[in-house]
Design a protein around this ligand. Structure first.
Ligand SMILES: [Zn+2]
Length: 265
């Protein structure tokens, strides 16, 4: 009897995950392009080249009728690497009204991930507590783009500072995973898709493929040991789930998802 109930519960849990996953999709938005000096991204002098292409990626996750945005790029016009296509326009091209976005998840508080939050005025902000504390500190922590969060602070918009992992839709299909080191509250995003399989978005846990493979640490990260632990967490997830890892700043990973406006399902 007991075993029977357990089986029934297990089957129910699996059904609910697969049913939910059928309605989940992931779209990459181009939030800017440019280059960076890779020597800034190693504290062990691993690189001698002086320029590496960098891309700036934002993502739309659809879960049934709900929409989540992951990272928002630079504010258009703020730096040469910024996009000239506002996030709100890109969202409209995939039939998403910015004010209808339910959640905005942020990998971390740097300006190239948080420049276009303002338009998502009804979204609940999901962010690691360590980063939220850095944004709201007086003065804000070094590197925290506090200006990007002004509306959340001034208008008292909804914020959920995360102290651990967050199962966004409570069915395992979309999970924000704690991966500190680059910043105190840095996070990854795991999206489990029915056809594509699990996809793990890096945030800035690593910035390009070589640092993922070699466990390289930028000198400006807040915690070296945490950075390496977070990279190791990514690698274990990649292996255990047979997940596709997408390094958000690495243009070589763009082709792992269908080209905009198509969505991975
Ligand atoms: Zn960063």
């Amino acid at each position: 009897m007991k075993i029977g109930i357990r089986w029934a519960l297990a089957a129910g849990a699996l059904c609910s995950l697969s049913a939910a996953a059928q309605n989940v999709s992931l779209t990459r938005l181009d939030c800017g392009n440019g280059s960076n000096d890779p020597r800034r991204f190693t504290d062990t002098f691993a690189y001698t080249e002086t320029s590496k292409p960098f891309t700036f990626s934002c993502y739309v996750v659809r879960h049934g009728a709900d929409v989540m945005v992951w990272d928002t790029g630079y504010l258009p016009g703020s730096v040469p690497n910024a996009t000239n296509k506002p996030l709100a326009d890109l969202l409209r091209q995939v039939d998403v009204k910015p004010e209808e976005v339910k959640f905005v998840g942020i990998s971390h508080f740097h300006a190239d991930h948080t420049g276009q939050l303002a338009a998502l005025k009804n979204a609940t902000l999901l962010i690691g507590k360590g980063d939220w504390d850095g944004i709201t500190a007086n003065p804000p922590m070094a590197g925290a783009n506090a200006k990007g969060f002004a509306e959340w602070i001034d208008e008292k918009r909804k914020v959920e500072p995360l102290t651990g992992d967050k199962d966004v839709f409570n069915d395992g299909s979309v999970m924000i995973l704690r991966a500190p080191g680059h910043t105190p509250g840095h996070s990854l995003l795991l999206v489990r898709l029915k056809e594509t399989g699990p996809v793990l978005l890096s945030g800035d846990a690593v910035h390009f493929r070589e640092n993922y493979l070699m466990e390289g640490v930028p000198g400006f990260n807040v915690d070296r040991a945490q950075t390496i632990a977070s990279i190791q967490r990514m690698k274990q997830i990649e292996k255990n789930l047979n997940a596709t890892v997408i390094i958000q700043h690495d243009p070589r990973d763009i082709g792992k998802l269908p080209a905009f406006p198509a969505a991975a399902k």
